[in-house]
Design a protein around this ligand. Structure first.
Ligand code: SF4
Length: 244
């Protein structure tokens, strides 16, 4: 068990709290808070990349579909075998549902995920000559591909910032930081797109995911070790003396 820290660090609350009405106002204090958060995150995680193993856009797209309701680590155990068996969209489009179900079984929702993979691959072959399209509009009409998956592929592989990826870590920590009071990922994304500079949309998500795994862990956030403590509202969390 980890030893409790006897840190006497005091939380200095930002001067502007998020409006309970859900309207995010871009007051100077909040802009300053956002700048500080981005600066600290960059210092803590200077180099960030997607944790899903992939060698090309097709593999990233398939891996992201498989990562729904599942950890990246578990997906990474399955995808090398999947891509060895189906190295291209053309191969996957011809795949048999039962065989793919067997490969992705350990990831949960295996029937739906297998069907999405085959549907996605057929979409790539039929409409895009087997290539992954580079626009949000074309991606989100592929089976199993929602806005979040499209944002991951466009941001990570193509370097195109079309939105902010809001996964479970980004959702939870953005609320704790006071950058949104919304619950639904789509609405949180809208708030984040409004307050974050566009050139930070991709890396903000990557960095929060690292923070969520390492420090701001859902059931046991290590606030006393967190570089963002000074700028975090810690909404709904117990006092610092109750945190390890
Ligand atoms: S670990 Fe604590 S201080 Fe850091 S982001 Fe999470 S809630 Fe805020």
């Amino acid at each position: 068990m980890q030893k409790r820290k006897s840190s006497k660090r005091v939380v200095v609350e930002p001067k502007t709290k998020p409006s309970q009405s859900g309207i995010v106002s871009l007051q100077d204090d909040q802009k300053k808070q956002v700048r500080n958060i981005l600066r600290i995150l960059k210092k803590k995680y200077p180099v960030v990349e997607c944790a899903l193993l992939h060698k090309n856009a097709y593999e990233l797209l398939a891996a992201t579909i498989l990562s729904a309701q599942c950890t990246d680590a578990r997906v990474n155990k399955v995808t090398p075998g999947l891509f060895e068996r189906y190295p291209t969209p053309e191969d996957l489009a011809l795949g048999k549902q039962l065989e793919i179900e067997k490969i992705v079984h350990s990831l949960g929702f295996f029937r739906a995920k297998a069907a999405s993979l085959i549907g996605m691959a057929n979409g790539l072959v039929d409409s895009h000559d087997g290539e992954v399209p580079e626009s949000l509009e074309e991606l989100i009409v592929l089976p199993g591909v929602g806005r979040k998956t499209a944002n991951v592929v466009l941001g990570t592989w193509f370097g195109i910032a079309t939105g902010v990826v809001v996964d479970t870590h980004v959702r939870r920590i953005s609320r704790l930081l006071g950058l949104t009071v919304k619950n639904q990922p789509e609405k949180i994304e809208q708030d984040l797109m409004e307050i974050l500079p566009r050139n930070q949309w991709i890396n903000y998500s990557h960095r929060l995911i690292f923070l969520g795994r390492e420090i701001c862990i859902a059931r046991r956030p290590r606030c006393n070790q967190c570089p963002l403590l000074k700028y975090c509202f810690r909404s709904g969390l117990p006092g610092l003396d109750k945190i390890r």
